[in-house]
Every structure is written in C-alpha cells, then in structure tokens.
Design a protein around this ligand. Structure first.
Ligand SMILES: N[C@@H](CCC(=O)N[C@@H](CS)C(=O)NCC(=O)O)C(=O)O
Length: 142
C-alpha cells in the first residue's frame, strides 16, 4: 500500500505546518512539491493538477492517505495528522513523551486549546501576509 503524500507548493507557507506535523508525528510521507510561479500565473504542473479535479476545493495543501482518501484545508489536515499520531495524556506532556505517544491531547479541552493556538497563528500569518502585500502594492505604485 502506498504511504501518505502531501501536496503543496515548494514554499514555506500554508502547507509547511502539515510537513512539520507529519515529521513530528514520525509519519513517513512523500513531500510532493509543485513549482511556485513567480509571475503570479499558475505554473503548468499546478494548472494540470487542478484541472484533474483531485485537489479538494481546487487548492493545496492536500493529503493523499494510504487508503486513497484526500483531505484538504491545512487546518483539517493538521487535526487529521494529530489524531492519526495518537493521543497524549496530560501527565505525559513534555517533549519526549508527546512525540512518542501522539500529538493529539486526550483531554477535549486541551485539544480545543491546541486548536485555538493553531487558529490564532493562522490569523497572525494572514495579517502579516496582508501587510506584506499592501507594502508591495504601495512600492509598485512608487
Ligand atoms: N484555507 C485554505 C487555503 C488554501 C490556499 O489558499 N491555498 C493556496 C496556496 S497557499 C492555493 O492553493 N492557491 C492556488 C490556487 O488557488 O489556484 C487552507 O488553509 O488550506
């Protein structure tokens, strides 16, 4: 049976946390990196992949599981990876034991806290990107 395959652009953006989570969970995966187009247009390989209808909602990152299931949306993929890695018990929470016993907190409130931190970092990243794009637009205008 084929292993996991994570599809994303060759960039450290939305899909990077999924790569890191798979590595932290010690889940073997193929890191499929599609070329990033620097012109703003879709690269040929991404256009082809998108046209195949495989990427959920026409976006990356997406994960192909060994069973051939294809979850999309980086947050959903993160939660899936954490659950696949197993549960960590509250008393074991330190780096060594979390890595060996799973990334998903057993306690549902702890899981909500982990999801809260995930979503907050997404908000922060989106704000940074927005400000970066605004700065770039202003620079172009001169
Ligand atoms: N909410 C989605 C956003 C995904 C997203 O915006 N993906 C972008 C790359 S970062 C994409 O696939 N862009 C190519 C396109 O839409 O054609 C997530 O967190 O996964």
């Amino acid at each position: 049976m084929a292993g996991y395959k994570l599809y994303y652009f060759d960039a450290r953006a939305k899909g990077e946390k999924c790569r890191l989570a798979l590595a932290a969970a010690k889940i073997d995966f193929e890191d499929v990196r599609l070329k990033v187009s620097l012109t703003g247009e879709e690269s040929e390989e991404w256009a082809k992949e998108k046209a195949s209808g495989r990427p959920p909602l026409g976006q990356m990152p997406f994960l192909v599981t060994p069973e051939g299931k294809i979850p999309g949306q980086s947050g959903a993929i993160m939660k899936y990876i954490c659950r696949q890695s197993g549960q960590s018990k509250p008393r074991e929470r330190n780096f060594d034991t979390v890595y060996s016993s799973g990334l998903c907190p057993e306690d549902s409130f702890d899981e909500a806290l982990a999801n809260m931190i995930h979503d907050a970092t997404d908000d922060l990243r989106n704000a940074v990107i927005k400000s970066f794009l605004r700065k770039t637009r202003l620079k172009r205008r001169g």
